[in-house]
Design a protein around this ligand. Structure first.
Ligand code: PLP
Length: 380
C-alpha cells in the first residue's frame, strides 16, 4: 500500500524534538518557528506534558462519553480560569474542523436558521460545513457546495451591515478568525469584531470566534478576539490545545442551552486527551507563556520591520506574517535548507511565524540574523 499523496512535503525525517528545536535522523538540529503548523504551544516534548500523559496512560487511556470522566471537568475549570471565560460551557472533540463543524451546527440548532457569514480568505477546516465556510474553491467538493454560506470581504463593515440589513433574520452565525492564518496573517480590526458583535446581538445571530490557530495564548491574550473586548458566543479551539496531542473543543456562552444528543463524538474528551490539555494549561500559566509570546513577538516584529526587503510585517504575539518580494522569493527555502530554520508560509508570498510560545530571545535573535544574512546573499 502507498500513502495517499495529498501533502507536498519537505524531505526531512524528524526523529527528536525538544522545546523550539527538532533534530533529523542524521542528528542535524533545526530551529522550529513553524511549530508543526501552530500546534506546538508549550514546546516540543515538554517534560510536564510528557509526565502527565505517561501517568495517565498507566491508568486509563480511553473510555467513551457514556461514563463520567472527571478529567473533563478538571480541564473545563482550568480552561475557564486561564481563558477568563469561567461561565462558558466546554464541548470536547478532536480537530479544528470538527470544532468549527460543531459550532456552526450548534448555532443553527440554537436559532433555527441556515445562513452563515464567512469572509474572504477564511480557512475553517476540511469537513462539510467547515469547508463550505472556507474561501478556497480547491477544497470544496461538489457535495459541499451550498447557498447557505455568504462570503463577505474581510474587515469591511459596510458590506457586513448591508448583508445584515438585507437578510439579517436569516443569518444563523458569523464565523471569523481573529487573525486569518492560512489566508496570510490578516488581523481582524477591533472595530470590525465589535461590529460583528453588535449586528449579531441585533439580529439574533451567533458570533463564532474561530480560534483554532490564533487562540490558546498565541497572540499574547488567550483569544485574539479578546483584543476587541468582545465576548463571542462560541470559541473554537484546537492546535495549541494539546501541544501535539489531538484534542479540540468549543466553549459555549451560558445563554446557549445544551440538549442531549445534539452534539457527540466517540473520541472527544478521552482521558489521555484531557491529561495532555490540562498539562498545556498548567505550563501556560506556570511559565507565563502568554507574556513571553507578547514580549518575543514584539521583539520579532520590531526587528523584522527594520529589514527593508520585508513588507507588511504584521500579526500579534507569536503569530507573525510578512510579505516576501520576488527578488528574495527563495528566502523560506534557504532558511530551511541553509540555516536549518523551519518557518511557515501562506500562498503566494507570505512567510508565517508560528513558533512555540516558549520561544527564547536568543532563538528569535538567531532567526533575525539568519534572515538578514540570507537576504544579503539573495540580493547580491
Ligand atoms: C483557523 C483554522 N480553523 C480550522 C482549522 C482546521 O483545523 P484541523 O486541521 O485541526 O481540522 C485550521 C487549520 O489550519 C485553522 O487554521
Amino acid at each position: 500500500m502507498t500513502l495517499f499523496d495529498v501533502y507536498p512535503i519537505n524531505d526531512i525525517i524528524i526523529s527528536k524534538a525538544r522545546g523550539s528545536y527538532v533534530w533529523d535522523d542524521k542528528g542535524e538540529q533545526y530551529l522550529d518557528l513553524y511549530g508543526g503548523h501552530a500546534v506546538i504551544s508549550i514546546g516540543h516534548t515538554h517534560p510536564h506534558w510528557v509526565k502527565r500523559i505517561e501517568e495517565q496512560l498507566e491508568k486509563i487511556a480511553f473510555y467513551s462519553n457514556s461514563i463520567r470522566i472527571p478529567l473533563q471537568q478538571e480541564l473545563a475549570t482550568k480552561l475557564g480560569k486561564v481563558s477568563g471565560k469561567e461561565d462558558y460551557q466546554l464541548f470536547l472533540c478532536n480537530s479544528g474542523a470538527e470544532a468549527n463543524e460543531n459550532a456552526l451546527k450548534l448555532a443553527s440548532f440554537h436559532n433555527g436558521r441556515k445562513k452563515i457569514i464567512a469572509f474572504n480568505k477564511s480557512f475553517h477546516g476540511r469537513t462539510s460545513l467547515a469547508v463550505s465556510a472556507t474561501d478556497n474553491k480547491n477544497y470544496i467538493a461538489p457535495v459541499n457546495e451550498t447557498d447557505n454560506v455568504i462570503f463577505l470581504p474581510f474587515n469591511d463593515e459596510a458590506a457586513l451591515e448591508e448583508c445584515f440589513s438585507k437578510q439579517g433574520h436569516a443569518i444563523s452565525s458569523v464565523i471569523i478568525e481573529g487573525i486569518q492564518g492560512v489566508g496570510g496573517i490578516n488581523v481582524a480590526e477591533v472595530s470590525f469584531l465589535k461590529k460583528i458583535r453588535s449586528l449579531c446581538d441585533h439580529y439574533g445571530a451567533l458570533y463564532i470566534a474561530d480560534s483554532v490557530q490564533c487562540g490558546y495564548g498565541r497572540t499574547g491574550k488567550f483569544f485574539s478576539h479578546d483584543y476587541a473586548g468582545v465576548q463571542a458566543d462560541i470559541y473554537t479551539m484546537a492546535k495549541g490545545m494539546g501541544n501535539g496531542f489531538p484534542v479540540a473543543g468549543i466553549i459555549i456562552a451560558p445563554h446557549i442551552k445544551p440538549k442531549h444528543f445534539q452534539l457527540g463524538t466517540t473520541f472527544g474528551g478521552n482521558h489521555l486527551a484531557c491529561a495532555a490539555a490540562i498539562a498545556v494549561l498548567e505550563v501556560l500559566e506556570e511559565e507565563k507563556l502568554m507574556g513571553n509570546a507578547t514580549m518575543i513577538g514584539k521583539y520579532l516584529q520590531d526587528e523584522l520591520k527594520t529589514i527593508p526587503q520585508l513588507k507588511n510585517v504584521r500579526g500579534r504575539g507569536l503569530m507573525i506574517g510578512f510579505d516576501v518580494s520576488e527578488e528574495i522569493k527563495d528566502l523560506k527555502k534557504n532558511l530551511l535548507w541553509k540555516h536549518k530554520i523551519f518557518t511557515g508560509e501562506a500562498k503566494p508570498n507570505v512567510i508565517r511565524l508560528l513558533p512555540s510560545l516558549a520561544l527564547k530571545k536568543r532563538d528569535a535573535e538567531q532567526f533575525i540574523e539568519s534572515v538578514k544574512e540570507e537576504i544579503s546573499n539573495l540580493i547580491s
